[in-house]
Design a protein around this ligand. Structure first.
Ligand code: AMP
Length: 314
């Protein structure tokens, strides 16, 4: 599988890398980390990592912007993206050949060639594995920039190695990557330093979340709350995991009002919640998923479903 991806990369002069909308460190890490690896090992190839930039990830890298014509005869690689609707941007169909590399459940098996490993902690860990294979078979070299990006992606998707998805392979990859020359402290600052206003909102979450007797918890972050704290919906990403520190919590949902829709962000310490996310047109990992609700009434239905899941789990 990995061998075939490496051979395909070798065959194309132009390679365009995509990842998912509303990017996170693993989206940038896997996409731009692979782009860096290809640039390092094939300097003659044209390599572009595209998609809308998110300011909160400026410490990692900035995407490229390309014209439609670049897609002609190009190899497209989409990383960390489970379904076609979430691919940023939708011109991925214009490429000559599409490869999907992902660690989410393969509900939407798009692409001409797929490598999906739901056991991988992160897509960045998969890219590291791809590199290991290519190092053996094609003498690929790692660069400092690629190591930094892949390390950030792994750290991001494992919650700093906290989640059960972080296994031996994850720690091995991280152990190799930190041997390259990048400023780890600066990277962690970029990932985890928060503005005071965001910490104030975190205080609000801790003070106002609701939890039932089975550890099912929720909090509604309305437009008014966001306005009061002067925080944008995308800035709340760093807060989603924070309820995991609450003793006795089993699974939780944070609702973030985003214009007309309500973003549903689900996390769990045990019960599987991605089926619930799917029920509300979302998806994701067994313990970290997301969906959208069109009204607060629908959000209340999500809460009821989550309560039932936690009750059954106890
Ligand atoms: P988030 O809460 O946005 O960090 O999302 C957690 C996980 O759920 C991510 O890995 C996404 O793959 C997945 N996810 C979030 N929102 C959606 C959605 N609307 N549709 C499908 N998957 C989603």
């Amino acid at each position: 599988m990995k061998r075939q991806i490496i051979d395909t990369i070798q065959q194309y002069d132009k390679i365009i890398l995509h990842r998912h909308v509303r990017p996170d460190p693993d989206a940038y890490g896997s996409q731009m980390g692979l782009a860096e690896l290809i640039r390092t090992n094939y300097p003659e190839k044209q390599v572009y990592a595209i998609g809308q930039h998110d300011d909160s990830l400026s410490f990692m890298a900035h995407p490229d912007a390309i014209e439609d014509a670049v897609f002609e005869n190009a190899l497209v690689i989409v990383t960390d993206t489970a379904n076609t609707e979430r691919i940023d941007d939708q011109r991925y169909t214009k490429g000559a050949y599409v490869i999907k590399i992902d660690h989410h459940p393969n509900d939407d098996a798009y692409g001409d060639f797929l490598w999906v490993d739901t056991d991988a902690s992160s897509c960045s860990e998969m890219i590291y594995e791809l590199y290991e294979e290519a190092k053996e078979t094609h003498h690929w070299k790692m660069s400092d920039a690629a190591a930094r990006l892949l390390f950030a992606g792994i750290v991001g998707d494992t919650g700093r190695f906290l989640f059960p998805s972080a296994g031996v392979k994850t720690f091995d990859a991280a152990g190799q990557l930190i041997q390259y020359n990048f400023d780890r402290n600066k990277l962690f600052d970029g990932m985890y330093e928060m503005d005071r206003k965001l910490l104030h909102l975190q205080g609000y979450l801790y003070q106002n979340f609701v939890i039932d007797e089975n550890g099912a918890a929720y909090i509604k972050v309305t437009n008014d709350v966001l306005r009061d704290f002067d925080v944008t919906p995308s800035e709340t990403s760093l807060l989603v995991g924070s309820l995991g520190n609450v003793k006795g919590i089993c699974a939780w949902v944070i609702f973030i009002e985003e214009g007309e829709t309500i973003r549903v962000r689900l996390r769990s310490k045990g019960p599987i919640i991605n089926q619930l996310a799917k029920k509300y047109n979302g998806g994701g990992h067994p313990l970290a998923s997301g969906a959208s609700a069109s009204s607060w009434e629908e959000a209340d239905l999500v809460i009821e479903d989550l309560k039932e899941i936690c009750r059954d789990y106890q």
